[in-house]
Design a protein around this ligand. Structure first.
Ligand code: ATP
Length: 203
C-alpha cells in the first residue's frame, strides 16, 4: 500500500479532489479534521495545550476555541512551532494506525493544508499538489466562507507559493474553472495503482 500526500493552497480545491478519490473507493485521511478531533478529545494533548496557552482556549463544554488559538499563534512564531510540535506528531501517529487498518488498499491519501512547509512530504511515497489561479482561489474562499478577500490573501501569505511547491511535488492537478479534474484524477489513480502493483512485486 502506497501513502500519498495531497495538498494545495487555500481554495485550490484539495478537498474537492479528495472527495473524487473517495468516490473511487480510495481511503482519505483528513489531517486537519483529525487534528481538530485530537485537540478536543485526547487528554494528553488537551493538558499540553492548556499548559502552554491557558485554560481559556477551551470553552466550558471542553471544546477548543480554534479562532482564539489561531489569533494567539498568528503573530508568534515560537508559539506556533510549539503548537505544531504537539499536534503534528500526534496526527502522524493516528495516520500510521489508520494506514495499518487500510493496508489492503493499493494506496491511501493523506490530505493536509500544509505538507511541504513542514517537511512532512518526505513521509509519503508520492505527493500530489492541487493548483488553481490565485484570483480564482480568493473568489472561491470568500464565497465559501463569507470572508473578506483581504483576509483570504493574508492566510495565503502564510503558505508557500505554488511555484515553490511545484518543484517538490510528484504530481500536479490543475483545478481552474475551465479544467476537468475528473479525467486528471482517473489518470492519476491508474498511475498510482500501477506503481503500487510494481511496488508490491518488488518486495
Ligand atoms: P481550504 O484550504 O480552504 O480548505 P480547499 O483547497 O480544500 O480549501 P475546496 O474546499 O475543495 O478547497 O474548494 C474551495 C471552494 O471552491 C469550495 O466551495 C469548492 O466547492 C469550490 N471549487 C473547488 N473546485 C472548483 C472548481 N473547479 N470550480 C469552481 N469551484 C470550485
Amino acid at each position: 500500500m502506497l501513502k500519498v500526500g495531497i495538498t494545495g493552497g487555500i481554495g485550490s480545491g484539495k478537498s474537492t479532489v479528495c472527495r473524487v478519490f473517495s468516490v473511487l473507493g480510495i481511503p482519505v485521511f483528513q489531517a486537519d479534521v483529525e487534528a481538530g478531533r485530537l485537540q478536543n478529545e485526547d487528554p494528553k494533548i488537551i493538558s499540553e495545550l492548556i499548559g502552554i496557552f491557558g485554560p481559556e482556549i477551551y470553552s466550558k463544554e471542553g471544546l477548543l476555541n480554534r479562532k482564539k488559538l489561531a489569533s494567539i499563534v498568528f503573530n508568534d512564531r515560537g508559539l506556533l512551532e510549539k503548537l505544531n510540535s504537539i499536534i503534528h506528531p500526534a496526527v502522524h501517529r493516528e495516520f500510521e494506525k489508520w494506514s495499518a487498518r487500510n493496508s489492503n488498499f493499493p494506496y491511501v491519501i493523506y490530505e493536509a493544508a500544509i505538507l511541504f512547509e513542514t517537511g512532512n512530504y518526505r513521509n509519503f511515497d508520492f505527493t500530489i499538489l492541487v493548483v488553481a489561479d490565485e484570483q480564482e482561489r480568493i473568489e472561491r474562499v470568500s464565497k465559501r466562507d463569507h470572508s473578506k478577500p483581504e483576509d483570504v490573501v493574508q492566510r495565503m501569505n502564510n503558505q508557500l507559493m505554488d511555484k515553490e511547491k511545484i518543484k517538490m511535488t510528484d504530481f500536479v492537478i490543475e483545478n481552474n474553472d475551465n479544467q476537468l479534474i475528473i479525467s486528471q484524477i482517473l489518470k492519476l489513480d491508474q498511475r498510482l495503482k500501477s506503481k503500487s502493483h510494481v511496488w508490491k512485486m518488488d518486495r
